[in-house]
Ligand binder design. Structure first.
Ligand SMILES: [Fe+2]
Length: 87
């Protein structure tokens, strides 16, 4: 859905940002494996990450609305609702 917004605006996503995001997620997973209470820490990490995503989509919705991209704002609101369910 995000790729659709980027393609419509003729923008490409940053490969570096994608890689950094994947590395962060992997680091969190590996860090959790070393802890004796990994299930609890995994639950906390998941809760924090979902709320980080909700905040990110809030920022994207405001940005899209600010530039008049109502279609993009609707897409981000749809994804944000999914993130709220995950949280
Ligand atoms: Fe999520």
């Amino acid at each position: 859905m995000i790729e659709g917004v980027l393609e419509r605006l003729d923008k490409s996503r940053s490969v570096l940002k994608d890689a950094a995001g994947k590395m962060t997620a992997m680091g969190q997973a590996l860090g959790g494996m070393l802890a004796s209470d990994e299930v609890v820490k995994g639950g906390i990490s998941g809760y924090v990450f979902e709320h980080f995503e909700i905040a990110s989509y809030n920022a994207l919705i405001v940005a899209a609305e600010a530039v008049g991209d109502i279609e993009g704002a609707k897409v981000f609101q749809k994804i944000k609702a999914q993130e709220e369910q995950m949280a």
